[in-house]
Design a protein around this ligand. Structure first.
Ligand SMILES: Cc1cc2nc3c(=O)[nH]c(=O)nc-3n(C[C@H](O)[C@H](O)[C@H](O)COP(=O)(O)OP(=O)(O)OC[C@H]3O[C@@H](n4cnc5c(N)ncnc54)[C@H](O)[C@@H]3O)c2cc1C
Length: 499
């Protein structure tokens, strides 16, 4: 049994976590990554001395002694990646001309939001009550320590005990999507604030959770680049004896006698293993690498019908000025919509990397603006008309700059670097289906669903990553890598160990 080999597909956070836990549990693991870098969506690149960052926007802070802290240590995020408690949300609402910086303390947040529209005081109070309850309950990573397959009645009782005081905030009106909740909100600015703080599709309880994390200082920022964090994980994995093969696109999971037996790469080579963990995009895992042979009707239906997170166009500007005191994350509602890939866009998310000197040369800042867009347009145009693809990238960047200039006069003439990432860029880095960089859209239905880490009829095969953790996220993806190894240990009769 010692030294059983495991092939892991994908060196995103889930694959690297699976690799670290596999090594910690005595397996000989090897990760096959189609790109030349670790991290998947958690990545960044250099342009003219500036660092362009993809995901994540914020991390979950963990305190020494907490399970999440152990997780960060096990996978090598800690002690190398420093996190800073400097997240601030700003809202700029062009249609009403209003601006808001969201206070961090819940009492002040409640007062500020209620003052915007006294007629909506009840909706504000309900939301703050949910956020307060969640903050006090301290249940950030509840239920993530084990895969659903290994959770029994005792775990359910434990969960019930820990959530008893907040249970009511997960049901009733808190279970409906934010879009439904805001129908009762009269003030348009407040309505847009609730809808856009996260995503309009999420259940109200998740919005409460976001506010609670913000107020509790649990949402923090990486001081360095995302790629540095991914590199720290890669180093940890290698130090534990793991091996990563880059430029290795897995095309097929090999099967022998009803068990996963290794992988076949695009270059035709085959690599035998006793078990396989796919931490790659769910769609290509099930429909291409496994040729659609191991699907139950429910999973098939989900992949056919469920909405995915919308792909984005992300424009980064390297600007020769500083933005002291400005919120590092602002949501801007545009008065006149912008056209991106043929579709109107009326909201953009702006990130100012003004909280750390590590993203730009001294006295300069990266300003990054994201907006939702259409996968089909970018996919088609990139394949059929490269010139038009490039032209659209430039046009969107120019238009966005005009919009930013309204709020930061003089910014446009200080721009030294422009970098535009499209949904195709995300696909190239990660192969996520239809550029859905966070997998499933986190609707109440998706968040309540249970995704099996195994597939029917195939032994020795496990799935990890955001496609089995709807809503994705750094911590859930890391835990999902751990889940795969927990299941593997369970099947092999080993006691799962952490670092
Ligand atoms: C813009 C953005 C902002 C985000 N913000 C936050 C945030 O603020 N907080 C938060 O917690 N989370 C955030 N997230 C989500 C979080 O970063 C992701 O959910 C998580 O990193 C997903 O990790 P993963 O390993 O499951 O998937 P991925 O990162 O997609 O990794 C999959 C890996 O598999 C590889 N692969 C795919 N197919 C193959 C193949 N055939 N052969 C070999 N390798 C293959 C890919 O190249 C990739 O490296 C954000 C994500 C994005 C994109």
């Amino acid at each position: 049994m010692a030294g059983r080999s495991v092939a892991i597909i994908g060196a995103g956070l889930a694959g690297l976590a699976a690799g670290c836990y596999g090594q910690l549990n005595g397996y000989d693991t090897r990760i096959f990554e189609q790109h030349t870098l670790p991290g998947g969506v958690v990545t960044s690149w250099k342009r003219k001395g500036y660092t362009v960052n993809c995901a994540p926007h914020f991390m979950w802070r963990a305190q020494a002694g907490e399970p999440m802290h152990r997780l960060y240590l096990d996978v090598g995020i800690l002690p190398h990646s420093r996190m800073v408690d400097r997240l601030t949300y700003g809202f700029i609402d062009e249609p009403t001309g209003r601006r808001l910086i969201l206070p961090r303390r819940l009492e002040e947040m409640a007062r500020t939001l209620a003052a915007i529209s006294p007629a909506d005081a009840k909706q504000v109070a309900d939301l703050i009550a949910g956020a307060r309850a969640m903050m006090e309950a301290d249940i950030w990573d509840l239920g993530l320590d084990k895969p659903p397959e290994l959770s029994g009645p005792i775990d359910s009782v434990k969960t019930l005990l820990r959530t008893s005081r907040v249970l009511k905030y997960f049901g009733g009106r808190y279970a409906q999507p934010v879009t439904a909740y805001v129908r009762e909100v009269q003030d348009p600015f407040l309505r847009r604030f609730f809808e856009r703080l996260f995503l309009p599709s999420v259940p109200v309880w998740l919005l409460c959770m976001v506010l609670a994390m913000y107020a509790a200082g649990r949402s923090v920022l990486l001081e360095g680049s995302s790629l540095e964090m991914a590199r720290a994980m890669e180093s940890r994995y290698r130090a534990l004896g793991g091996e990563i093969v880059y430029g290795a696109t897995v095309e097929e999971v090999l099967v022998k006698d009803g068990r996963a037996a290794g992988v076949r790469l695009a270059d035709g080579t085959t690599h035998r293993a006793d078990a396989v963990i796919s931490a790659a995009d769910g769609h290509s895992t099930l429909f291409e690498m496994l040729r659609g042979c191991y699907l139950d009707p429910r999973t098939e239906r989900r992949y056919r019908d469920w909405p995915l997170t919308s792909p984005t166009v992300s424009c980064a500007f390297g600007v020769a000025c500083e933005f002291p005191g400005e919120p590092c994350m602002s949501i801007i509602t545009l008065e006149d919509p912008l056209t991106v890939a043929g579709r109107p866009v009326d909201v953009v998310w702006m990130r100012l990397f003004n909280y750390s000197p590590r993203f730009a040369p001294p006295g300069k800042t990266v300003v990054q603006v994201d907006c939702e867009t259409d996968w089909d347009w970018w996919d088609r145009v990139r394949r059929t008309d490269l010139e038009r693809y490039r032209h659209e990238k430039n046009r969107v960047a120019e238009e966005l700059l005009v919009r930013l200039e309204r709020h930061y006069p003089g910014l446009a003439c200080r721009v030294e670097m422009v970098d535009v990432a499209t949904p195709y860029t995300v696909w190239r880095y990660t192969r996520n289906h239809r550029g859905a960089h966070m997998g499933w859209l986190p609707t109440p239905q998706a968040l309540n669903a249970r995704f099996a880490r195994t597939v029917p009829g195939l032994g020795g095969f496990y799935m990890a990553g955001q496609w089995v953790m709807p809503g994705g996220g750094v911590v859930p993806s890391l835990y999902s890598g751990r889940h795969a190894v927990q299941l593997l240990c369970h099947e092999d009769g080993r006691t799962f160990v952490t670092g």
